[in-house]
Design a protein around this ligand. Sequence first.
Ligand code: ADP
Ligand code: MG
Length: 323
Amino acid sequence: ESTIQQIAAGEVIERPSSIVKELIENSIDAGSDNIIIEIQDGGKSYIRVTDNGEGMNKEDIELAFKRHSTSKLQTVEDIYNVLSLGFRGEALASISSVSDVEVLSKTKNSDIGIQAFVKNGHVVESNSIGCPKGTTIIVRNIFYNLPVRQKFLKSSNIESNHISEIINKLALGNSKVSFKFIKDGNIILKTPQNNTLLNTIYSVLGKDYHKNLIPINYLVNDLKISGFISNNNLYRANRNHQYLYINGRYISNLNLSKIIEKQYKSLIPLNRLPVFILNIELSPNEVDINIHPTKQEVKFVNSEYIYNNITNIIREKLMPSVV
Ligand code: ADP
Ligand code: MG
């Protein structure tokens, strides 16, 4: 059985924001520190992601759109040690099977860039073109060949909110990277390069978070937990401003959220929830990120250990602010 067959395939593309997520993650994996996202109609008619990463040549592009083609994983065992955001090699193949894709790319070593049009995993046209180092991917007409899926897309407003949320998550997890989000011609978000997490939080969540965030900087053995938690003046009606990362990768883990929330029980009003932006760093083989194709739900190998440490840190940090 080949590596390829052992990797569970899954539906990656649910809506325009899924495409935006995959494209940005690829840009980050390609070493970019400047990523521009432009959308029209909530991404339903047009998505463009431009980066200044390592770029691709003609062969790279042809390979990149083949299913299960990844440059980031050599063996199945690597899945458990994976640090790059992508590793399944299905995103670009899936995107090109449900939409029209145009790629512009140039590597550091080539004098001229390449423009390629891709359909269903195949490059149908390519030209030499002048462009800066990096990659631009343009996705048009999502689900043009799947009218039922297209029909189930929501309004442009709702779809662009989903996109906004994905960009926020990725921006908060990658403060060193500059993100610019342009929606129907208007700049919605811009974060500077080499930003601090705190400044990125201000750019993404708002200046009013100033003074209500408690810094976390915790290190025990091979476990590092860093970021910010809200004090007892900052809370929300939902979990929208709870951001959890493992080794820089955005995750969702309801258990972890509840464990953190429990520490706030006596501090904030009933039915209100704390805000936090936390990155948990630990050895990749302590994490099982492979349980779901969209890679957001995460299980820990030793969850008890993580949960206990989180509880202790939050309790320790919150108690002084109660007085
Ligand atoms: P994965 O990210 O899991 O490897 P993808 O289908 O998302 O799979 O991408 C396939 C391959 O295309 C990547 O492994 C990478 O080599 C290349 N690639 C995709 N996007 C970019 C980019 N923005 N810059 C450089 N290379 C890219
Ligand atoms: Mg990818």
